[in-house]
Design a protein around this ligand. Structure first.
Ligand SMILES: [Mn+2]
Length: 231
C-alpha cells in the first residue's frame, strides 16, 4: 500500500472510538495521520486518548493539531486562565481522567499539548481545527478564527491557496461529513452519540465508528472487506 494521508475528527476523550477507527484504518509507518484537534474534554477518557496518540507517534507520521480545548487545557495548566473556565467547557471530565487534579497531568502529556501545531498542508489540502480567513496565508491565521470560529458563524469562501480546507470543531449533529468541495468538516459529533470519522485525502475514503468503536455499516457486504465506506 502506498503512503496515505488520513485525517480524524474531534475525539473528545472517546478512546474506544479512537481505537475502533485506528483498527479500521490500520495506519502504517508510511502513512500521515492528522488529528484535527479537540482530542480532550467532554468525553470520559482524555488521558488515555493522549496515551494512544503518544504511542501512535511510533507507528506512523502523526500530525496533532491544536483545538480550542487543548488551548484551554494548556492555559489552565500554565495559569493563564482560571481553571474553572476550562472546567465548565468539558475540562472537568479531563481532570477526572487524570485522577482529579492538574498535578496529575504528566510531563509527556504537557509536552504533547504544547507541541500540537495550528495547521498542516499538503499539495492539495490544508488542515486546521476550526476555520480560516480565506485571504490570509496559513501562517497568518488569527487564533480566534483558527481555533474557535464555528462554521455556523462563518462559512469562508475558498482559501487563497486554492487548497481544500479540512476542519473539525463545528459538530455535524446528523453525524454526516460536511463536504462543500472547498471545505470539509469531519466533526461528526462522536461525543454526542454520533460518529468518529476518518477520511483519506485526496481520494476521500471514509471510516466511521460509534462511541464503542463499532464500524458504521460493518454488517454491509462491501468489496473492500467492510473496512471503509465510499461516500
Ligand atoms: Mn473545537
Amino acid at each position: 500500500m502506498s503512503a496515505r494521508t488520513i485525517a480524524i475528527g474531534d475525539i473528545h476523550g472517546c478512546v474506544r472510538a479512537l481505537d475502533g477507527v485506528l483498527d479500521a484504518v490500520a495506519p502504517t509507518t508510511e502513512d500521515t495521520l492528522i488529528v484535527l484537534g479537540d482530542v480532550v474534554d467532554r468525553g470520559p477518557r482524555s488521558r488515555e486518548v493522549i496515551d494512544r496518540l503518544l504511542a501512535l507517534q511510533r507507528q506512523c507520521r502523526l500530525i496533532a493539531l491544536r483545538g480550542n480545548h487543548e488551548e484551554m487545557m494548556l492555559d489552565a495548566l500554565d495559569g493563564r486562565i482560571d481553571a474553572r473556565v476550562w472546567l465548565q467547557f468539558g475540562g472537568r471530565a479531563t481532570i477526572t481522567s487524570y485522577g482529579g487534579s492538574l498535578e496529575g497531568v504528566p510531563e509527556s502529556h504537557r509536552r504533547f499539548l504544547k507541541e500540537m501545531r495550528l495547521f498542516h498542508e499538503t499539495e492539495t489540502h490544508f488542515f486546521i481545527h476550526a476555520n480560516y480567513v480565506a485571504t490570509l496565508p496559513l501562517d497568518q491565521q488569527p487564533l480566534q478564527v483558527a481555533l474557535w470560529e464555528h462554521l455556523t458563524a462563518m462559512v469562508p469562501p475558498p482559501h487563497v491557496s486554492g487548497k481544500c480546507a479540512v476542519v473539525g470543531h463545528t459538530p455535524q449533529y446528523d453525524g454526516e461529513v460536511l463536504d462543500l468541495d472547498h471545505l470539509i468538516c469531519l466533526d461528526t459529533y462522536c461525543v454526542g452519540g454520533r460518529w468518529l470519522t476518518a477520511m483519506s485525502f485526496p481520494d476521500k475514503q471514509i471510516w466511521q465508528v460509534d462511541g464503542e468503536g463499532r464500524l458504521r455499516d460493518a454488517g454491509r457486504d462491501e468489496p473492500n472487506g467492510g473496512k471503509g465506506l465510499t461516500p
